[in-house]
Design a protein around this ligand. Sequence first.
Ligand code: ZN
Length: 212
Amino acid sequence: MPEGPSLRKFHHLVSPFVGQQVVKTGGSSKKLCPAVLQSLWLLDAQVRLVLHFGGGGFLAFYSCQMSWSPPPELSPTCDILSEAFHRGQALEALGRAQPVCYTLMDQRFFSGLGNIIKNEALYRAGIHPLTPGALLTPSQLEALVDHVVQFSAEWLKDKFQGTRRHTQIYRKEQCPAGHQVLKEALGPPAGLQRLTWWCPQCQPPLPPEEPQ
Ligand SMILES: [Zn+2]
């Protein structure tokens, strides 16, 4: 799954062509004959393929997957890179009983958040991935959302500047403090299991609750 910053940069590059008509097509694809796009109008930027436009400009897509798809139904209030991102809604979702690493990957609440952002935000917030959200304090939840938004925005900025965003925990053997990092596939019982990296010292598990 591509993460938000990659998609945002693509959208930024493609959007000047929205509203223009395809006057000539080129390239090849097993899934879709590029000729069927001739004389169609680019209505929205969602999508091997070359589209030529009336103004002389063209767009070339390499190694991409093409399919006809309905418009996205997700609201900008869930988009971690949107100004309309609704913090309150995100905090409420994160505060549920299930492990925070499951909720972070739920695109209904954190659209654009992928495995790299999940790992990095949890490390920076010092939160163990399997901590049930309901056991975190409001300030820990706030800090986690802050790190999600901040890391995503910085990554997007790096992409526009053509620089690589360095990760602190994702695919690392040691955390920046020099501790040995643990790795395990984690996810909801019936859902996708994603490789998760965490530092047992910087992100300690919460002690079990005392019986009442
Ligand atoms: Zn550490």
